[in-house]
Design a protein around this ligand. Structure first.
Ligand code: GLA
Length: 429
């Protein structure tokens, strides 16, 4: 009941504040929606052959839908929209998949301010930074005890403890992000003496360190908080077609590649499977998946055949220019058809300008995103989660692009209504 009141309150705030987003009034508004509808309808023919309109509304008549919606009727009356007014996101999608939110340490420490919105809308959390290698590795302790730690670096869980406590307290599950990544991993983890200046270790040493790290981290959660972690980003961003090696493996500033070699991502899955408990689904996570799906499937094939990997995490850092219905969802289908489950792990959709039109376009994209993921799941595709990457625009890593569901003052934006499939947001991209 409390949750329903909160959502009603949020909806009321949107109505009163006009979404908290005002046009800056500087430029005449570019009609992105019109342009996109045209673009999509151009390729609609091709997609039709792929069977997409079977599950997704063609947006070639987007303009008329937009007109219809402005007379207050909304584009659809499928019953779910009415329900959306009174429930939060997690409840709305409870039959489909968990709805997650990435939370920083700051947000976790200020739950008196953010708790109601978080608990009213999300049933999964990802630590924005606190479970990354630079947060878990204890390089100082490792350095001081080199004799014992040379192959087995020390870890600690102080940084992520508030998130664990919060999740436990409220019965929320955690997406673990992330074990093996070229970024946010201290250089000292890769050197002979665990200093930034030391020489890089050889492949065997680094493989041992990788195995011990993965064993320690997964083992810790299994032992102390069984069932808390339901998905693990084992490897983040290993593929960089165009910039990487001849196989598209990331080389740039990638000490995993330098020490272990091009199969480092495969080795990570070997160890993760060895130490993960049954309930932990193992994911490969990356950005730009729409454009590198073929490469990803090829490079991950061995791990897949050997049963080492369960899912693809599509980061989903998008903008209002991205074509959700006819591009993003094709990649989702492609991964599912190849036997993976798919989660959107870091969803945010940036605007190109601050205007009412841009925020409406953003709301439509959110609506298209959530609706299409839901429809795919209902059609039997293994879509198993959506996580939004941050709580509000001002806390976002893409602050200038106002890409989240709430504005800096925690006013719900039209984007929030889009995600809720509210009829106020037209059903076109
Ligand atoms: C990538 C990472 C995330 C986060 C964002 C930027 O997408 O996977 O953990 O660091 O970059 O905030």
């Amino acid at each position: 009941m409390k949750k329903q009141m909160l959502v009603l309150l949020l909806a009321a705030v949107i109505c009163i504040s006009g979404c908290g987003q005002q046009s800056d009034g500087a430029e005449p508004v570019v009609n992105r929606e019109g342009t996109e509808a045209q673009m999509d309808s151009e390729t609609g023919q091709r997609e039709e052959e792929d069977g997409f309109p079977k599950i997704l509304e063609d947006d070639s008549d987007g303009k008329s839908k937009e007109l219809n919606s402005s007379d207050g009727e909304g584009p659809e009356s499928d019953g779910e929209s009415d329900a959306a007014q009174t429930v939060g996101l997690a409840e709305l999608y409870q039959e489909n998949f968990p709805i997650g939110i990435a939370l920083s340490g700051y947000v976790i420490q200020n739950m008196d301010q953010y708790g109601e919105v978080v608990l009213g809308n999300f049933n999964s959390i990802t630590c924005e930074n606190e479970m990354k290698p630079d947060a878990l590795l204890d390089m100082e302790v490792s350095r001081e005890n080199l004799e014992n730690t040379y192959l087995h670096a020390a870890v600690h869980f102080d940084n992520c403890m508030p998130a664990i406590v919060f999740a436990e307290e409220h019965g929320i599950k955690i997406r673990f992000h992330t074990l093996v990544w070229h970024s946010q991993t201290p250089k000292s983890f890769f050197t002979e003496d665990y200093t930034e200046e030391g020489n890089l270790v050889n492949r065997e040493t680094m493989l041992a360190r990788m195995e011990n790290y993965i064993a320690d981290v997964l083992g810790y959660f299994q032992e102390n908080y069984p069932g808390l972690i339901y998905a693990v980003d084992v490897v983040n961003e290993a593929f960089d077609p165009g910039n990487g090696d001849e196989d598209g493996i990331r080389t740039n500033e990638n000490l995993w590649y330098e020490t272990v070699g091009p199969d480092y991502y495969y080795q990570a899955f070997v160890f993760a499977r060895k130490y993960a408990s049954e309930g932990m689904k193992l994911f490969y996570n990356d950005y730009g998946c729409m454009d590198k799906a073929d490469l990803m499937l090829e490079r991950l094939a061995q791990a897949k055949e050997e049963g080492l990997i369960d899912g693809i995490g599509m980061q989903s850092h998008l903008s209002t220019d991205d074509r959700i219905q006819f591009k993003f969802m094709l990649a989702v289908k492609q991964f599912c058809d190849a036997g993976y489950e798919v989660q959107a792990t870091e969803l945010d959709i940036g605007v190109k300008e601050v205007s009412d039109s841009a925020f409406m376009s953003q709301a439509r994209k959110y609506r298209a995103f959530f609706k299409n993921m839901k429809v795919l799941q209902e059609e039997g595709y293994s879509v198993t989660g959506i996580t939004v990457w941050g709580l509000n625009d001002d806390l976002s890593w893409r602050r200038d692009e106002h890409c989240l569901l709430f504005d800096g003052n925690m006013n719900p934006k039209k984007a929030y209504l889009g995600a809720l499939l509210d009829p106020a947001i037209p059903d076109v991209e």
